[in-house]
Design a protein around this ligand. Structure first.
Ligand SMILES: CC(C)(COP(=O)(O)OP(=O)(O)OC[C@H]1O[C@@H](n2cnc3c(N)ncnc32)[C@H](O)[C@@H]1OP(=O)(O)O)[C@@H](O)C(=O)NCCC(=O)NCCS
Length: 193
């Protein structure tokens, strides 16, 4: 039930469908430059859907200098010093949703379609289970259809869709989609862990 225990598994090498190998490890302070470059490599249209203004270097600097893995755990997939993808486990550490973690995932286009997001979400879900969380949820903008499909394949179920409920970084309104995985009962179906 301890995060330190879960983190002992990293760094961890994984192989994708095309046999290419990447290293999974949590974000570290020295990643500031490469993490910023990672977000700049995300297509502009998709960056609009990210909740934070990641084109602002100050945001990434703040993340890298104030790492609190118990609250936000960004797991990076690194290839030749470049970040190919990341998934983050967000925890509330109190309140009504203290048993629910939130997962977000992002993979750069050149690394897509090889099972990287699947591997990252599985890894984050295993950590979530290991630290005693009972559920993980994921939030989407209605247009993120590939991601919604992928999370469904991993056993996440659709909890709700609220029409025109959220606004992207350009203040354009979109549907809000919430999905969730029950870590106590859904693990066999999802093959997570
Ligand atoms: C969605 C995203 C994370 C998928 O990354 P990826 O590494 O290409 O995904 P994977 O290769 O692990 O694919 C896993 C499954 O998802 C499905 N999938 C992935 N991309 C898909 C697409 N564009 N269209 C349809 N299905 C897709 C596939 O069916 C795949 O299953 P398979 O292994 O049986 O073929 C990536 O496209 C991305 O970063 N998108 C932008 C950010 C985003 O939407 N994040 C989600 C918000 S939390």
């Amino acid at each position: 039930m301890s995060l330190d225990f879960e983190l002992q598994r990293f760094p961890k090498e994984i192989a994708l469908k095309d046999s290419s190998k990447l290293l999974l490890r949590p974000l570290q302070t020295h990643d500031e430059k490469t993490f910023y470059e990672f977000f700049q490599s995300v297509p502009e249209a998709e960056r609009m859907f990210i909740k934070h203004r990641v084109s602002d270097p100050k945001i990434i600097k703040d993340w890298c200098r104030n790492i609190d893995l118990g609250r936000n755990l960004p797991l990076l997939a690194v290839k030749n010093g470049q970040i190919a993808g990341t998934a983050t486990l967000h925890q509330q550490l109190g309140g009504w949703k203290r048993h629910v973690g939130r997962v977000s995932v992002l993979v750069l286009p050149p690394f897509r379609g090889r099972g990287l997001a699947r591997a990252l979400v599985k890894e984050i879900s295993a950590i979530a289970r290991g630290v005693g969380l009972e559920r993980v949820e994921a939030e989407f903008i209605g247009e993120q259809e590939a991601a919604i499909k992928m999370f469904a394949m991993l056993g996440f179920s659709n909890l709700l869709r609220l029409p025109d409920y959220v606004k992207d970084m350009q203040a354009i309104t979109h549907d809000y989609v919430l999905m969730s995985l029950n870590l106590k009962t859904d693990e066999e179906y999802a093959g997570v862990g």
